[in-house]
Design a protein around this ligand. Structure first.
Ligand code: AMP
Length: 465
């Protein structure tokens, strides 16, 4: 779990003080939670009382247990689905289901996960086992409701988890339609990391006298995450990622990509180079997605290459590095991505590759985040790697004739040195030029780095601006 910010003051109450009963306290102790997180301290008593809640909190704040614990306690075991939790993705549904299973162990809570891609017949069979809590994604849930497949279904409490993500994924109409099938007097709990206007409108429609809870985002001030930006040229992304993986030797890392196709391509590229990567995106079969998450969790693969949507809500606590292959589309996405590291009190590094064209975006994001960002250059290919790469290169005939021409003009040793310099020079990023082009008014003020250059480049140099 992420560390609370100054705004959220360390909680002083115990789980018992919040009104939880002994069975639940037993499960909490077994899971190993010792103290409620700020969102739990605020939400648990209110949810226990049966009030509607609108809570602004992100993944990592303990929000799942904040609604799950009081829901489990309020279950009456009347052989019907008493609680419904709607999540944007299958992965999140399964994660919530796991958490409820753990927290409801002593109370023997029965859950069912309902999502697209799984056989409808199987889901109907599972429904026969009288689940008390249903965790569902919107599409499949609506399908069951429209086709009247849900018997003994009268939820007294409904949770909308990660509502802003449901908005982004285009589920808001489905959600409104789902509410036509739900009891009017159900208690509604709406959770969202951000509160864009459509979510506020939805809240106005479906919530009654809700209690508002706001947990300040933890990411911005999360001192456990070191944020770095590396300037590259567009064609250097793959090479840059390899050099960074080699230099940083992350114990576990996630590389975020914009598109599913890019995930597959980078996965193929890196795994061919010997990196233990695994892909994750929305076009993959459910089974393949789960296998990929499992491989990453168990460290069979130590680099997860993922799109935003597929990785939303993933609870993997020991990610040492997050890489943004491109600048994320917006600050929200950046914040969400980097929050995958620096969790549970551990240190994390977030690295973003930035081209000169993306520089404006970077400046805008810096303003949104309210902190200054450090700019670096990609480290050189290290000598070992160069030797390794050279030993694998096969010489083809065209190059032989070129070599013959060139050796007529240069000594072989000179030629090697020149070619190496050319190679390194082509990777050089001209920071001064970027600064001069993008920050005309400040370029005079910004002191030029006085660090010694090696081969005309900074070696892992750094600027704060
Ligand atoms: P969430 O915000 O629900 O995604 O939770 C993030 C992680 O924090 C999960 O691994 C939870 O199991 C864990 N967690 C939730 N509440 C607590 C707590 N009170 N103390 C320690 N860890 C917690």
């Amino acid at each position: 779990m992420q560390t609370p910010t100054e705004e959220t003051i360390q909680p002083t109450k115990s789980f018992k003080d919040l009104g939880l009963n002994s069975k639940i306290l037993k499960s909490i102790a077994e899971v190993g939670f010792t103290q409620p997180s700020p969102i739990q301290e605020k939400a648990i008593p209110v949810v226990l009382e049966g009030k509607d809640v609108i809570a602004q909190a992100q993944t990592g704040t303990g929000k799942t247990a904040a609604f799950a614990l009081p829901i489990i306690q309020n279950l009456q075991n009347n052989k019907s689905v008493e609680a419904l939790i709607i999540t944007p993705t299958r992965e999140l549904a399964m994660q919530v289901s796991d958490e409820i299973f753990k927290l409801g162990k002593s109370s023997r809570t029965r859950t069912i996960c309902v999502y697209g891609g799984q056989s409808i017949r199987k889901q109907c069979e599972l429904l026969e086992r009288n689940p008390q809590v249903m965790i569902a994604t919107p599409g499949r849930l609506l399908d069951h409701l429209k086709n009247k497949r849900l018997k003994r279904f009268a939820p007294k409490v409904v949770v909308l988890d990660e509502s802003d993500e449901m908005l982004d994924m285009g589920f808001l109409d489905d959600i409104e339609e789902i509410f036509d099938y739900l009891p009017e007097d159900a208690q509604i709990l709406l959770f969202s990391a951000t509160m864009p206007p459509p979510i506020k409108e939805l809240a106005n429609k479906i919530l009654q006298n809700p209690v508002s809870i706001h947990i300040a985002p933890t990411h911005v001030t999360n001192a456990d995450i070191t944020q770095r930006f590396y300037v590259i040229n567009e064609h250097e992304r793959n090479e840059a990622i390899m050099r960074l993986l080699d230099k940083e030797t992350p114990s576990k890392s996630i590389i975020f990509m914009r598109m599913k196709r890019e995930v597959d391509e980078l996965h193929q590229f890196l795994s061919a180079k010997g990196y233990k990567t695994t892909p994750l995106h929305g076009d993959m079969e459910q089974r393949a997605r789960l296998a990929s998450i499992k491989a990453f969790k168990s460290k069979q693969a130590d680099v997860l290459i993922a799109t935003d949507v597929a990785s939303r809500g993933l609870d993997i606590s020991d990610v040492s590095h997050v890489f943004n292959y491109h600048m994320p589309l917006n600050t929200e996405s950046y914040i969400h991505r980097i929050g995958r590291t620096g969790r549970a009190g551990k240190k994390g590094v977030a690295i973003t590759l930035v081209t000169p064209l993306e520089y404006k975006e970077l400046q805008r994001m810096q303003k949104d985040i309210g902190s200054s960002l450090e700019l670096y250059e990609i480290p050189h290919m290290d000598e070992d790697r160069l030797i390794q790469a050279l030993s694998k290169v096969e010489v083809d005939a065209e190059v032989v004739s070129l070599y013959e021409q060139l050796t007529e003009q240069f000594e072989p040793s000179q030629l090697v040195l020149k070619l190496l310099s050319l190679q390194f020079k082509s990777h050089k990023v001209d920071l001064d030029r970027i600064f001069a082009e993008q920050k005309p008014s400040e370029s005079k003020k910004s002191p030029r780095s006085s660090k010694p250059r090696r081969n005309g480049r900074f070696k892992d140099s750094r600027r704060r601006y």
